[in-house]
Ligand binder design. Structure first.
Ligand SMILES: [Fe+2]
Length: 398
């Protein structure tokens, strides 16, 4: 996102840099271990961290446990409603994440953790986004402590060792991608700075607030997501042993209410709400805003055949005018191949409405999504018929 520095770093890269708080037996303080954590080999964004111990150091290698997603292949191709309010609290902050939809570009899931994970965790091969529907706490990371609150997107780049600490019960929408989570290219100038017309600025993105260097020894468990599974390790030191770091790669939060929504004389299309981009998908924020002000405006979305896109919408708060029978915590899936739009009666009802209090997170993927058996458990089959009016059949929106 932007250059940031915390703690102590030497004046130049790749030079001798010794632990400022520790004198060695030969009179010299031990050298710190420099780690370049970067994307795309050495061509993408990177940060440089200075550790007390080698980040390669492991005391024991534990089990590798493959991740298995039980697939649900529905017998019919229809619009779907997934009511996550039917999901039970389960697991911890890592293993409690349960995937609902996925393809090779992204996994979309929910997490209602019963407890914090006691082990440290790192996604070795993918970026993660946690949208905090409910809850507050702190993400403790090698880059420092990152406080979070309700309606934050927490973006955690691969390679970040972290652990979540909860202050309140949690309810999350979760994303994992083997690609990179970024702000949309079209919001940035050629130097990477966000443009004036972007719906957010660098000030809205919160880096870790405080770097704590842990010097304690003793056994610490680490779980790393790699190669479609979780590899366990045991360390003999605390993994948050970083004395300082700087660079462009680090976890951050962005609160959805800091997204400045666009309104127009006539309807603004979904790309106006785009917040993040990834390979073959986008994440959008539908926030409270003024609605289209032309006297003849239709203030709800027009029907659209997103023939090359699958639309997953998670309802966070407020009332979503274009959907009937959808409550907070529900997910609608409008798959490719089928047009969708407001249910009958809603367009007429919305004419003249000046503002909306809807709050929703949308993920559009360009490649088809597979469903898991959790989608089947939470599926409301009546949604597919929610556009049907047995008594009419003549008008679409009356
Ligand atoms: Fe749509």
């Amino acid at each position: 996102m932007r250059y940031h520095q915390m703690g102590l770093v030497p004046r130049k890269r790749h030079v001798q840099f010794r632990d400022p708080e520790h004198a060695g037996s030969n009179g010299k303080a031990p050298l710190l271990v420099e780690e370049v954590l970067g994307f795309e080999g050495f061509s993408g964004n990177e940060s440089i961290l200075y550790h007390l111990y080698s980040p390669c150091r492991v005391k024991e290698v534990g089990e590798f446990e493959p991740i298995t997603l039980e697939e649900w292949v529905p017998e019919t191709h229809v619009h779907r409603l997934t009511n996550t309010n039917g999901a039970m609290r389960e697991g911890d902050s890592v293993l409690g994440r349960r995937v609902l939809q996925h393809n090779g570009d992204i996994e979309i899931g929910i997490c209602l953790p019963e407890r914090e994970a006691e082990y440290f965790y790192r996604d070795g091969e993918g970026d993660e986004v946690i949208f905090v529907h409910e809850g507050e706490g702190v993400v403790e990371t090698i880059f420092g402590d990152l406080p979070y609150r309700k309606w934050d997107y927490i973006v955690i780049p691969r390679g970040t060792t972290y652990r979540l600490r909860f202050d309140t019960p949690q309810r999350w929408l979760t994303f994992y991608t083997p690609g990179e989570i970024e702000t949309p290219n079209r919001y940035r100038n050629r130097y990477g700075q966000l443009l004036e017309h972007a719906p957010f600025s660098q000030r809205d993105f919160m880096p870790p607030a405080e770097l704590k260097t842990h010097r304690e020894r003793g056994e610490h468990d680490l779980k790393v997501r790699v190669r479609g599974g979780y590899q366990d390790y045991v360390l003999d030191y605390h993994p948050f042993d970083v004395v300082g770091w700087d660079g462009y790669v680090y976890p951050y939060t962005f609160n959805i209410l800091d997204f400045e929504p666009k309104a127009g004389r006539l309807h603004q299309p979904p790309p106006a709400h785009q917040t993040f981009q990834g390979p073959n998908f986008v994440i959008c924020s539908f926030c409270p805003r003024m609605l289209d002000w032309d006297d003849e405006a239709i203030v709800l979305p027009y029907h659209h055949s997103n023939v090359q896109s699958e639309e997953v919408m998670y309802y966070v708060d407020g009332e979503y005018g274009a959907r009937k029978g959808v409550e907070i915590g529900c997910i609608t899936l409008h798959p490719s191949g089928l047009p969708h739009g407001p249910q009958p009666g809603l367009v007429e009802k919305a004419i003249g409405v000046k503002q909306t209090n809807e709050l929703a997170v949308m993920c559009d993927t360009f490649r088809p999504l597979k469903l898991t058996t959790l989608s089947r458990e939470l599926d409301d089959p009546s949604y597919a018929l929610s556009w049907y009016e047995p008594s009419t059949g003549t008008t679409a929106s009356a």
